[in-house]
Design a binder for this molecule. Structure first.
Ligand SMILES: Cc1ncc(COP(=O)(O)O)c(C=O)c1O
Length: 377
């Protein structure tokens, strides 16, 4: 079975589907996880295979706090951290703990489409707030706040999915101010915060948790491996206590306790830091390759901004081309993309598409974009 592709939506052999927002096989660090596992099991104690304490193993949270302190350049305290099963699980948890069925939540327009489904699973009503090249538009948010009382605002502040924007520091501060004034939470999905390829993004919302208005979600999916199913929630001690009181957590203990042991070793041995540095180099070169190929094939047809981090290019067709129906033809040409409409909470954005550069090497990216060209007149 070695080499068998086993993820949902895996393309047929030969197809270059840039709709896939997952790392390529050569960036999934089996050797790293092996070393971390060996280090852990070399002197693992029986209690480490028991249920873990509710907020997460204290040694893991201490290592994570050190790692984030280094990365953020701001002291992160372990008692602001709570172990999660990755950002998908964390979104589910915040929907349960910080909203109730029938509540409204604000999302960015466009936003990560699978989050919509999680919010709808919990009976939450979604209202989209328009963005510009720098992120969520504050005047539009203020306008919406005159009509709605959201439980929370879901934002992807750095290297947004799909748009790639990085919200400037002034707007981040303004969001916190508005959240306090209007009594809603900011749920910041910071899954791409550490994946920058040129400049370091503005400070994570994780550094603003003193406000009592911020819940920052971080994940090891993009910086280590999705299979770890491990992440963290960074928030104020009071909000963290609310998370700890969740029934699922109370019954099951620390979420994904065993993964947290392995990731602690990866952090303490310096393996995670080295891996993230490697990812930044590889992804930067893929960003460059995608930008070059787009300029060559789509220069006069489409508009985009080269992203400074994350996984995605967000491409607009100003002539209004509806990209969704073209996906079937793209598959016949052995290429692929994600249509823009799925990222809209209100049925717009059909003249956009999203490409990920994370799953393919430079030459495949160039070839995949070349194959797409005939679909667009
Ligand atoms: C914005 C965003 N949030 C969450 C996720 C999923 O995160 P996790 O694997 O930590 O559940 C993704 C993955 O593509 C994402 O892009």
């Amino acid at each position: 079975m070695s080499g068998t592709v086993t993820f949902d939506g895996a393309p047929p052999p030969g197809t270059i589907n840039m709709g896939i927002g997952q790392p390529s096989a050569n960036l999934l660090p089996v050797e790293l996880v092996r070393k971390a596992s060996e280090a852990f099991f070399a002197d693992a104690q029986p209690f480490e295979l028991n249920y873990g304490v509710l907020q997460g193993d204290e040694r893991f949270l201490a290592s994570l706090a050190d790692y984030l302190t280094d990365e953020y350049g701001t002291a992160v305290s372990a008692d602001t951290l709570f172990v999660s099963g990755g950002n998908s699980q964390a979104l589910d948890l915040v929907s349960v703990m910080f909203a109730k069925p029938g509540d409204t939540v604000f999302v960015e327009e466009p936003s990560y489409f699978l989050a919509f489904q999680i919010f709808r699973d919990h009976g939450l009503k979604i209202v989209g707030i328009p963005m510009d090249d720098e992120g969520i538009r504050i005047p539009e948010l203020e306008k919406a706040l005159k009509v709605h009382r959201p439980a929370f605002l879901y934002t992807i502040p750095s290297f947004q999915n799909p748009g790639g924007q990085c919200l400037p520091i002034e707007r981040r501060k303004k969001l916190v101010e508005l959240a306090k004034k209007h009594n809603f939470l900011i749920v910041a999905d910071e899954v791409y915060q550490l994946l920058y390829y040129y400049e370091v993004p503005p400070p994570a919302f994780g550094t603003m948790t003193g406000s009592e208005a911020v819940v920052s979600l971080g994940s090891f999916s993009k910086i280590l491996a999705p299979a770890m199913r491990l992440g963290w929630i960074q928030t104020s001690p009071a909000l963290r206590n609310q998370l700890i009181s969740n029934g699922f957590v109370n019954s099951g203990g620390s979420i994904n306790h065993i993964s947290s042991h392995l990731v602690r070793q990866a952090i303490d041995l310096g393996l995670l830091g080295d891996h993230v540095a490697h990812l930044r180099k590889v992804y930067r070169s893929r960003v460059e390759a995608m930008d070059r190929a787009l300029r060559k094939e789509f220069g006069s047809l489409a508009k985009w901004k080269k992203p400074g981090g994350g996984y995605f290019f967000w491409i607009e067709f100003p002539d209004g081309t509806d990209t969704g129906p073209l996906r079937e033809q793209a598959a016949k040409l052995e290429t692929g993309f994600q249509g823009g409409a799925v990222f809209s909470s209100s049925g717009g954005l059909s003249n956009f598409l999203r490409l990920s550069f994370a799953h393919y090497a430079e030459d495949q990216i160039a070839e995949g974009i070349r194959r797409m060209r005939p679909l667009f007149k």
